[in-house]
Design a protein around this ligand. Structure first.
Ligand SMILES: *[C@@H]1O[C@H](CO)[C@@H](O)[C@H](O)[C@H]1NC(C)=O
Ligand SMILES: *[C@@H]1O[C@H](CO)[C@@H](O)[C@H](O)[C@H]1NC(C)=O
Length: 326
């Protein structure tokens, strides 16, 4: 596709976005959020469970498989949006790993904004407000550990991330591996129970630009993980090879499987909404379980995170349970 066509496509997507904003059409996520508010506080009460199960209390963080929400903040029905339900609803349904893209705000360079490649195309609000939503949820759900994986597309200085975390009030929840500030070895991670009892119930990774001497709880993603290829258009999801970091070894790293299907429209890859239920099925060809078992054969252990679009479609939580042996 030529760059002119691509630009036209982006303008079209932008116009669609504007159209929705102007008319104020509520997204499915916003409606779901309203429906969920009344039953929000019931989940927190059960004691002696860790992320919903007693068994996780004694499991090392690095030995748990988490279903993750890819581009978790891009909620709505537009072609470039990846999720149907909002952050609170994702957490309420059991998702404990949220991935999000950050960029400079177009209006104020010092503000971090959750945007899709560009803030013209898709702007899901500030990082601070996103973190505030997660903080409120952690406040209300005291036996839960949540992981955040952020990308730093505009190479924003790490201290700006640190300030944003502090301003949102979530920084006190963030786990810092003080015994090994640069990289905690894979077999030295605390258990889910230890994270909960220490009050450090948020684990944060950033793809580029970390500096633990400045912000000790924002961890370098690629010191800890490798990832399989992303923007996959092959619905069989038959590839578990290491994509990033380039040339990395699997040994000593946790790993993230990018299990979200894209469809290529005139050279622009957009989330394949139509086949989400099949992609996110627990078992079968091209399913979560299908790709995970290919990866498990290759690396002799289950994935640590499996990133999905449209987490509410298919059978994500059953897949997560079964990968953890339940
Ligand atoms: C599998 O993924 C790796 C990493 O992204 C890539 O280099 C390789 O070409 C892929 N293999 C196939 C058959 O697509
Ligand atoms: C956790 O450990 C069990 C037992 O060794 C293993 O089968 C499983 O794949 C591990 N899961 C992860 C995510 O490391």
């Amino acid at each position: 596709m030529s760059s002119i066509q691509e630009r036209m496509m982006r303008v079209l997507l932008g116009a669609l976005l504007l159209f929705q904003t102007v008319l104020g059409v509520p997204s499915k996520g916003q409606i779901a959020a309203r429906e969920l508010t009344s039953s929000a506080t019931t989940a927190a009460v059960t004691a002696a469970t860790c992320n919903g199960r007693t068994e996780y209390c004694d499991r090392s963080y690095s030995n748990v498989t988490f279903i993750g929400s890819h581009d978790s903040a891009f909620v709505g029905k537009l072609p470039q949006q990846n999720q149907n339900i909002d952050i609170k609803a994702q957490l309420d349904m059991g998702v404990r790993f949220l991935q999000a893209q950050t960029h400079h705000s177009l209006l104020d360079d010092s503000v971090l904004e959750l945007c899709h490649t560009s803030c013209v195309l898709e702007d899901a609000g500030t990082l601070e407000s996103f973190l505030g939503t997660i903080k409120d949820w952690l406040d209300a759900n005291t036996n839960e550990v949540v992981t955040l994986l952020l990308t730093n597309g505009d190479s924003v200085d790490i201290t700006d991330f640190g300030d944003t975390f502090s301003n949102s009030g979530i920084a006190d929840y963030a786990f810092a591996p003080l015994s090994s500030p640069d990289t905690l070895p894979i077999d030295e991670w605390p258990t889910i129970g230890e994270l909960i009892s220490s009050g450090k119930r948020l684990v944060v990774f950033l793809d580029y630009g970390t500096d633990t001497t400045k912000v000790d709880y924002i961890l370098n993603e690629f010191n800890y993980y490798f990832e399989t290829a992303y923007d996959v258009t092959d619905s069989s999801f038959s590839n578990c090879s290491i994509d990033r970091p380039f040339g990395a070894s699997a040994s000593g790293r946790m790993y993230i499987v990018n299990h979200f299907l894209d469809v290529d429209i005139f050279g622009v890859k957009i989330p394949d909404r139509q086949h989400a239920a099949r992609t996110n099925a627990a078992t079968g060809d091209g399913s979560i379980g299908g790709q995970a078992s290919l990866c498990e054969d290759m690396y002799d252990r289950a994935p640590n995170a499996i990133l999905l679009d449209f987490v509410d479609e298919g059978d994500a939580i059953n897949a997560q349970n079964s990968l953890n042996g339940f």
